[in-house]
Design a protein around this ligand. Structure first.
Ligand code: SF4
Length: 460
């Protein structure tokens, strides 16, 4: 067990994030000055007085931790969620991709591979998001229900009966009605709509039909560039349902295999087989969507690098427009966290091998990285990367991850973000995540939006 006392650290939270890249939480403790003074065994990490700059302090700590652990994290001192956004800011300052790469490697200590990944992703984004209209917003609608709960899930996902779902939809319609009216009054318009979850396709054919009728009749969708529905679980997909969705103008759907290995699907709590995933793709291709996204997870319980690469190979064979490779994030609210406290840390080397081979395979197959983000508690502290065939990139994903657009999130668990471009800042307005409380307190959710978003004077 390492015990550290860091003098002169202003942001303890950020420091903790950095230490966590080197050591599992059970193997270190950060103590305060009082405990340090009473225990001679505690290591003092003495940040020299002349170090003023935050990044310089982080570099110093990085080198100390590297010395103690013999380990050098691929992401260097970058602990933030949006490394591509940071790179974009450096590119703006330096006007040079090469110089930015040097800064990422020399000042932020990333490996060359991560610096290249960041810059490739940034480059591929520019073609898609170059024309930014400040009046264009994104709309997210959450359907927080799933057939079963996956072992790693930390999203709003509930198993509910039809009656409860209908009550939820009623409350949601109220919010859709309010938001659509206010968006129009503000002179904003929806550039993209994303119906996510949970699993929206768990809704019956008639419920999904009604939801889409409400949405397209209330919200002005005439300037929509992209309309996505998550059909995440193959066990909720039928030809009829997808046909209804397609007829309302949805061009992009997500079918999320996560793995193509049957024993893994069983282990993570899914009640479908790999053959169901293939069948769901065939149905979606028959209905004729512009883009299908497939999510895969690196670092699932029991999987070796070969299992992940076999799944990826099968998915590539199905030729979806987007493939999103997530690194498993073991959050506090998941069952997996309860089972193995140090899961994320222990999986580091396995995930590195999966991601390294996976990215080469994807690029050799014509896919390009176009959005990237990191989360807390990711196995090995790696990243999530969205890959796309050229021209199929998802606008919603890029804009929301880069935090450069107002997003209005409706439904339980939705977190709206107002973007203030002049100040380059985001303000969050959350809905409650429990769907029953959401139904009970729908008027308060609407009031939150009115006070925090529509009543403000600023020209966003
Ligand atoms: S499909 Fe997604 S939202 Fe539903 S239980 Fe699994 S991880 Fe959670």
């Amino acid at each position: 067990m390492y015990k550290f006392y860091f003098n002169r650290v202003k942001n303890k939270y950020e420091l903790n994030e950095l230490v966590r890249m080197f050591l599992p939480a059970s193997e270190y403790e950060l103590v305060d000055e009082e405990i340090y003074s009473a225990d001679p065994d505690i290591k003092l990490i003495n940040i020299p007085d002349e170090i003023e700059d935050k990044n310089e302090a982080k570099r110093y700590l990085f080198n100390v931790l590297k010395h103690y652990t013999g380990f050098k994290p691929d992401w260097g001192i970058l602990t933030g969620v949006r490394p591509v956004k940071l790179a974009g800011e450096i590119i703006k300052e330096t006007n040079s991709i090469q110089r930015t790469k040097e800064i990422l490697m020399n000042d932020y200590y990333t490996t060359e591979a991560k610096a290249d990944l960041i810059l490739k992703t940034w480059g591929n984004q520019q073609k898609v998001i170059a024309d930014l209209d400040k009046r264009a917003i994104a709309i997210y609608i959450g359907i927080p229900f799933c057939p079963t709960r996956c072992i790693y899930c930390s999203f709003p996902s509930n198993q509910a009966d039809e009656e409860a779902i209908k009550d939820y939809l009623k409350a949601l319609y109220k919010e859709i009605e309010y938001v659509s009216r206010e968006v129009e009054k503000k002179g904003w318009y929806a550039e993209s709509v994303y119906i996510g979850g949970g699993t929206p396709t768990i809704l019956s054919d008639s419920d999904i039909n009604e939801l889409l009728i409400k949405l397209v009749s209330l919200l002005d969708t005439s300037k929509l560039k992209e309309f996505t529905v998550e059909a995440g679980r193959p066990d909720t997909i039928t030809y009829n349902k997808l046909k209804i969705i397609k007829d309302f103008g949805v061009g992009r759907i997500c079918i999320n295999p996560q793995s193509m290995k049957e024993s893994t699907l069983n282990r993570i709590g899914r009640n479908h087989k790999p053959a169901d995933i293939v069948q769901a793709f065939e149905i979606a291709q028959k209905v004729g969507f512009d883009v299908i996204n497939a999510d895969l997870i690196a670092g699932l319980p029991g999987e070796k690098p070969k299992d992940f690469i076999d799944s990826l190979t099968e998915i590539i064979r199905l030729r979806p427009g987007n493939i999103t490779v997530h690194t498993l994030a073991v959050k506090r609210a998941s069952r997996l966290k309860e089972e193995d406290e140090e899961y994320s840390y222990n999986k580091g080397n396995t995930v590195r091998a999966m991601l390294d081979e996976g990215s080469s395979l994807l690029e050799d197959s014509g896919y390009r990285p176009y959005y990237l983000y990191r989360q807390k508690q990711m196995a090995g502290n790696f990243e999530n990367v969205g890959y796309s065939l050229p021209g199929k990139e998802c606008i919603f994903n890029i804009r929301t991850i880069e935090d450069n657009q107002t997003i209005i999130a409706l439904g339980a668990g939705g977190i709206s973000k107002i973007w203030f471009p002049e100040e380059n800042r985001i303000e969050r307005i959350p809905n409650v995540s429990n769907y029953k409380i959401y139904i009970d307190r729908i008027d308060e959710m609407i009031k939150r939006k009115r006070d925090g978003m529509f009543a403000i004077e600023e020209d966003v």
